[in-house]
Write a new protein. Structure first.
Length: 255
């Protein structure tokens, strides 16, 4: 490999690592505020009831402010991209305000359950970002499908005795997304990684793990639907084991 190629590769790796650090830094900040929200907005004593009510009133307003700023950030990003300028800062603003909107909305609407979900969701999204920037694109899709399966199992165990219709809605949505992902994988395999003129996956991508990931997600949904909460726990462990095996496989391929 020539010196120029090595420098270009190193620069690309440094950029990817910096982006991962941005994601993990944002995740740490969000987790810190979630801890504060859990302490003063959820697990409050009698003297803190007024403060907790004020916090959730603020979150309801803050969520819509962040949504407006996120839309403005997307418009800024689109205009900058059209002009051929640097899109990092507009993209960062759009992503940051979108994330803040999602977190504030979930906490304001679902309160304790929303905070519990965000405790798990925030680091998971950071890990998905790490996979996206540092690993093969097909591993990102595998991890995304696995994450949807884990979310479904978690939602079932948390909500099955509280909001059964919501659980069924989540299962249907995850099943539809999984089927679409598997159809997309077939299209990409036939197009050698291309979707029309757009390169989505490498030409020599291995599609078998994608199909396995889709099958694991659909099987987990079906088994949990038929057999209940205990089966959800078993499926959760099985999905984690599958993701661990996939991580080992793609890490070896990365070397």
């Amino acid at each position: 490999m020539k010196k120029e190629e090595r420098l270009a590769k190193k620069q690309k790796e440094d950029q990817a690592l910096n982006r991962v650090l941005w994601w993990f830094g944002g995740a740490v900040v969000l987790e810190f505020f979630l801890l504060l929200l859990n302490r003063f907005g959820i697990n409050f004593d009698a003297q803190g009831a007024g403060l907790a009510a004020g916090i959730f009133r603020f979150l309801r307003v803050f969520a819509w402010v962040c949504l407006a700023l996120a839309v403005a950030g997307v418009a800024w990003w689109a205009m900058t991209k059209k002009k051929g300028g640097k899109t990092f800062l507009p993209g960062l603003c759009a992503l940051a305000f979108t994330s803040l909107f999602a977190c504030a909305f979930a906490a304001a609407v679902w309160k304790e359950l929303g905070v519990q979900f965000l405790y798990v969701c925030v680091p998971v999204v950071a890990v998905l970002a790490l996979i996206y920037y540092l690993y093969q694109r097909e591993f990102f899709l595998v991890a995304l499908l696995g994450g949807l399966a884990l979310f479904s199992m978690w939602a079932y165990r948390k909500l099955v005795y509280v909001e059964l219709r919501l659980v069924y809605g989540i299962f249907i949505a995850v099943a539809v997304v999984t089927v679409i992902a598997m159809v997309l994988a077939v299209v990409l395999q036939r197009g050698k990684g291309r979707l029309g003129a757009v390169r989505v996956l490498p030409k020599k991508a291995n599609y078998l793990p994608l199909y396995i990931a889709g099958a694991v997600t659909l099987a987990s949904l079906l088994v949990t639907f038929l057999m209940g909460a205990n089966a959800a726990y078993v499926c959760l462990i099985g999905t984690v084991a599958w993701l661990f095996g996939a991580a080992v496989y793609y890490t070896v391929r990365l070397m």
